[in-house]
Design a protein around this ligand. Structure first.
Ligand code: AMP
Length: 380
């Protein structure tokens, strides 16, 4: 199991969305075969892969079928049931492991792991009962955020609490499921760092990305972040130390808050490629997707150096409201790249693609990518 998985072998991917698609593109480019397991036929990654298995993630027989056909298996998102991965771990290396996914898919487990290892997180308390809710609100104070322990993403499953009286109703709104209550942090900015680790424990760290959100969904990301070098170095070291403590084999994205009181706090862990690393596809010596392939196949890791500063802007389904976006107009800017994920139906809030721009400075890259996205709405 400790050897190198060479090109020609087959990589299995749980999850056939855009992340799986870009992993598949990188893997195919390096000469691997790819099989994707996803509940929806003709999924974005399935369109690129050699084969797709259409089955729910809870289907252990389908997962075993994937395992039999692959030399290594990975997941494009952390909410694949850990039980499914555990069932195939005796058959095939699963990287990152079910243990890592189990921690990352539950906010109580994740924050407890981080706090116990001395990593800085917003002040939080688990909420699993009415008593814990009352104790949490009195100890954390207001404003606070109540978040479901599992299943929340892109701001879903979160309620802000301004006054202790609202706690009860907030918990009811979330269905009285297990939650964490955490302090509401006054944010200076949000950043993230992606780390890659292979089986030999070799590690590389990408430059810090600086992220903005709209309606809780990532809107833009700039790399490198426009922060002092000392803060960037601290963020990178924090991410590296967390990846090591977790023993991740693959990628780990660490989302962080830079608080107005200058604390650097970990918000979330994602043991997979991340939306804030899409810049690396066009702007880095090694993209996060190629890096994942190298890490899980136990190959030497590639350079994380950026050729140029870069920015991405996400393209949500809302953009299609007035008809097909004006792709040609955006691509008149020669340093802009278009990525579309092959999703048939452009629903509002659905990530359909992104644009990347490279430039001399991060500011210029951001301006350029925003200009490109604005052009998509111009009449053809
Ligand atoms: P999450 O799903 O935990 O990543 O939260 C989504 C977004 O909500 C974050 O990217 C922040 O913009 C905001 N947010 C989440 N938790 C907090 C918090 N404790 N304090 C302030 N803003 C938060």
């Amino acid at each position: 199991m400790g050897g190198v998985i060479l090109p020609g072998n087959t990589i299995g991917i749980f999850g056939g969305g855009q992340l799986g698609r870009m992993i598949a593109i990188a893997a195919k480019r390096m000469g691997y075969r790819v099989v994707v397991l996803d509940p929806t036929p003709d999924c974005p990654a399935g369109q690129v892969a050699d084969d797709e298995i259409t089955a729910p993630y809870t289907d252990v027989a389908a997962a075993r079928d994937l395992a039999r056909r692959c030399a290594v298996v990975t997941a494009e998102f952390e909410n694949v049931p850990a039980e499914t991965l555990e069932a195939i771990e005796p058959m095939v290396p699963v990287r990152p492991s079910s243990r890592v996914l189990r921690i990352a898919q539950n906010r109580i487990a994740e924050k407890t792991f981080l706090a116990e290892h001395g990593f800085p997180v917003p002040n939080f308390r688990p909420v699993r009962s009415h008593e814990e809710l009352l104790r949490a609100i009195s100890e954390i104070g207001c404003p606070a955020v109540l978040k479901t322990a599992t299943g929340g993403y892109d701001g879903k499953g979160q309620v802000r609490i301004e006054h202790p009286d609202e706690a009860e109703r907030a918990w009811e709104r979330l269905g009285k499921v297990d939650c964490v209550l955490e302090e509401f942090v006054l944010l200076e900015r949000e950043v993230s760092v992606i780390v890659a680790r292979n089986l030999r424990g070799e590690e590389v760290v990408y430059p810090v990305a600086e992220n903005t959100h709209a309606n809780h969904i990532l809107d833009t990301s700039v790399m490198p972040a426009r922060i002092p070098p000392e803060l960037a170095r601290r963020a990178q070291e924090l991410a590296r130390a967390i990846a090591e403590a977790l023993g991740v084999v693959g990628l780990l994205c660490v989302e962080m808050f830079v608080a107005q009181d200058s604390r650097l706090l970990v918000n979330e862990l994602a043991p997979r490629p991340h939306n804030s690393g899409h810049q690396t596809f066009d702007a880095a010596v090694t993209s996060q997707f190629e890096q994942l392939v190298r890490a899980i196949c136990n190959l030497p890791l590639g350079s994380t150096e950026l050729y140029r500063p870069a920015a991405i802007a996400n393209l949500l389904g809302d953009l299609w409201e007035g008809g097909e976006p004006n792709w040609a107009k955006a691509l008149e800017l020669p340093e802009v790249k278009l990525h579309l994920y092959g999703k048939a139906e452009p629903r509002p809030g659905r990530k359909m693609g992104h644009l990347t721009a490279t430039a001399e400075t991060p500011d210029e890259a951001l301006q350029k990518v925003l200009e490109a996205r604005r052009r998509l709405k111009e009449q053809a």
